[in-house]
Design a protein around this ligand. Structure first.
Ligand code: AKG
Ligand code: FE2
Length: 244
């Protein structure tokens, strides 16, 4: 099958995917949700850029934010299958499948690869700073994926600032109301730059995978991303054993 533009580039940006009205309606629902349930600030120190945000997880979305659940299972799912020619489906793991990231002033998201293959991001408001920074198709994957330590070593090497600077080609994407970004999340190194000003940056994160790659379970990473629980691993994206 012919490789689509999206697969060749590793990412795609589509402006006005949601209208201003749709964005403000979603923002309102998210605000109401935050008034009914206080979200903890997650702060995970990191040598380069910390993870500093609040998150509404997939179960909370399923129970309280039906429009986002519908976007996840319907419109966006169709869109990403069209642009990739792949049979992509929502994740079995409902907590991590659909999220809303809320990044406060000064907040950032650490450099990482996603554990699923395709990720769609919808920005609901425009803020200063808070750019999505990405290195398209930057990851070198080890053919020996049983040895996760090798992959971890490769990833950490390529992630380091000087190597990124010399070998990487960084793309910076401003968060703008209604803008959709789709990327091959497990091949594009990405991160969120510091949010400037007082307004929180709010965006929807929808994760998909192919049917036979649905075991994204990693309790340590879930605790790291969704709770304030102390975690021991230096980088919880990597487990001692990779479960494939
Ligand atoms: O908020 C963004 O722009 C990116 C978030 C992200 O990479 C993630 O939640 O995995
Ligand atoms: Fe990500």
């Amino acid at each position: 099958m012919k490789k689509t533009e999206f697969l060749k580039n590793g990412y795609l940006v589509r402006d006005d995917f949601l209208s201003k009205e749709q964005c403000s309606q979603l923002l309102n629902h998210i605000k109401n949700f935050q008034n009914s349930e206080e979200l903890p600030i997650i702060y995970r120190e990191n040598s380069d850029r910390p993870l500093h945000y609040k998150v509404i997880n997939g179960l909370q979305i399923k129970n309280s934010l039906q429009e986002i659940e519908n976007l996840y299972r319907d419109r966006i799912n169709k869109f990403i299958c069209d642009i990739s020619n792949l049979s992509l489906v929502p994740l079995n793991n409902e907590i991590i499948g659909a999220n809303v990231n809320i990044t406060p002033s000064g907040g950032t998201y650490r450099w990482h690869y996603d554990r699923n293959s395709v990720t769609a991001l919808i920005y609901l408001n425009e803020v200063d700073g808070g750019e999505l920074e990405l290195y398209p198709l930057y990851r070198i994957t080890s053919p020996f994926n049983k040895f996760s330590f090798l992959q971890k070593a490769l990833d950490l090497l390529l992630m380091s600032k000087p190597i990124r600077f010399v070998f990487g080609k960084k793309v910076s994407i401003k968060p703008i109301e209604g803008r959709l970004v789709v990327m091959i999340g497990n091949r594009c190194l990405h991160s969120v730059n510091s949010v400037i000003g007082s307004e929180e940056r709010v965006n929807v994160v929808l994760s998909y995978d192919v049917l036979d790659n649905q075991d994204a379970s990693n309790d340590n990473l879930d605790n790291y991303l969704y709770t304030q629980i102390k975690v021991t691993s230096s980088d919880p994206n990597y487990q001692k054993e990779i479960r494939k």
